[in-house]
Design a protein around this ligand. Structure first.
Ligand code: MLT
Length: 399
């Protein structure tokens, strides 16, 4: 007899973005003449940087030649990419890491979801609320107990420490969905908490490339002691438009250890290596060559322009919403604008209002957790024309 993982009966029937896609699909079917504008899922609209495309073309040609064809990629990623990451994202920023602490993958979603494989289901997990749904969903799938840490205007979106000492803490900064950030001092408090309580911080830095204020940390390893307590996740998806190509990486420092139930100390780096080499066969060579090009001078310049383009969209959305009298947060160091819904509308009511009246799709805040109720997320990843049109359309609803 087949027995299922009972935890799946406890979680919502569908993943947030799948549910939105379902509702939008249904609306489209019933209103084929309407033009929808999506400022919902954080998916890219601008072409991939030419430097990346050139590298991918070149790598594709290599695959057509017996002398240069490549098969399975090394588990942790090709040296050419790992070394580029190491130099540009860490050593050049004064962070000392080693190549074997970096694991190239198919993206931060997989890694933030899979990291639980190396952690006991007995861990008490603290997750900021609202949050990227993968953190809560995957911990519920494993049956772990979760404490949510509200992040609201009342606490300036800075989470308080959990009531019960947490073994594992998820932090995502710049934050998805609120678009807010932590200063170095605020992040240091969490690193100190983790050092004191021997907790693990899972730090999702997928949006670090969107930071515009120089004092905001790009990596948790800018904080002293963080290598003993934190794993960091990075993504090429938002930085360089890899949502459809898939590449990211995870840093698991060798200084980071955890205990077995018998009190034996093990390195999480070794466990993650073991997990990845068993369950993952590497990111495609062609894509890794594309990711390498992200770090070339041309690649960096081209990618900066695309990020600036998206952040100008963020400014347009923010000021458009504020002109309508809505209170907004984020959108300065992150490509997300978090808006208070008008009046007493719930997040899903506002979603329906926008979909049905002006055909603009956003993401209901409550989909990211209970502290997201009464909020709505807009993404800056649209094209300029649609972003401007969406803001125009919003003006006709009386909010
Ligand atoms: C989002 O819209 O929150 C993200 O694009 C989803 C993701 O990165 O998986």
């Amino acid at each position: 007899m087949i027995k299922i993982n009972e935890c799946y009966t406890e979680i919502g029937e569908s993943y947030l973005f799948a549910e939105i896609a379902r509702r939008v699909g249904e609306y489209k079917e019933n209103h084929p003449d309407k033009k929808l504008i999506s400022l919902g899922i954080g998916d890219i609209t601008q072409p991939i940087a030419p430097a990346v495309i050139d590298a991918i073309h070149k790598a594709t040609e290599e695959m057509a030649n017996a002398k240069t064809v490549r098969g399975y990629a090394p588990d942790g990623g090709y040296d050419f990419l790992v070394n580029a990451i190491l130099k540009h994202d860490f050593l050049d920023r004064g962070i000392q890491l080693e190549a074997d602490e970096i694991f190239v993958s198919d993206g931060a979603k997989s890694d933030t979801g899979n990291i639980g494989d190396i952690l006991s289901d007995d861990n008490w997990v603290a997750i900021t609320d609202p949050a990227y749904p993968v953190y809560v969903d995957t911990n519920q799938m494993a049956g772990r107990k979760i404490e949510l840490l509200p992040c609201t205007p009342e606490n300036q979106f800075v989470p308080a420490f959990p009531a019960k000492t947490a073994d594992v803490i998820y932090l995502c900064y710049p934050n998805n969905p609120t678009g807010t950030v932590l200063t170095k001092e605020q992040l240091k408090k969490w690193v100190d908490y983790a050092l004191e309580h021997r907790s693990l911080i899972l730090f999702d830095a997928a949006y670090e490339a969107f930071i515009s204020q120089p004092e905001i940390p790009h990596s948790i390893y800018e904080i002293e002691g963080a290598q003993q307590v934190a794993i960091e996740f990075r993504s090429f998806s938002k930085t360089a438009g890899f949502t459809g190509m898939r590449a990211g990486y995870t840093v698991v420092p060798k200084a980071l250890t955890a205990q077995t139930a018998q009190g034996k100390t093990l390195r999480l780096n070794a466990l993650w290596k073991r997990r990845q080499s068993t369950k993952f066969n590497g990111t495609a060579y062609i894509i890794q060559r594309g990711a390498e090009a992200v770090f070339t001078p041309e690649g960096r310049e081209q990618i900066r322009k695309v990020i600036d383009y998206y952040m100008e969209n963020a400014r347009i959305i923010r000021s458009g919403l504020e002109a309508l009298g809505l209170t907004t947060y984020g959108g300065i160091n992150a490509p997300y604008i978090w808006a208070k819904t008008p009046g007493k509308l719930t997040s899903w009511e506002f979603f329906d209002l926008l979909l049905h009246n002006v055909q603009v799709v956003g993401t209901p805040g409550s989909g990211f957790g209970r502290s997201g109720e009464g909020f709505f997320r807009f993404t800056a990843f649209g094209n300029r024309e649609n972003t401007l049109e969406a803001v125009e359309r919003l003006k006709i609803i009386h909010i």
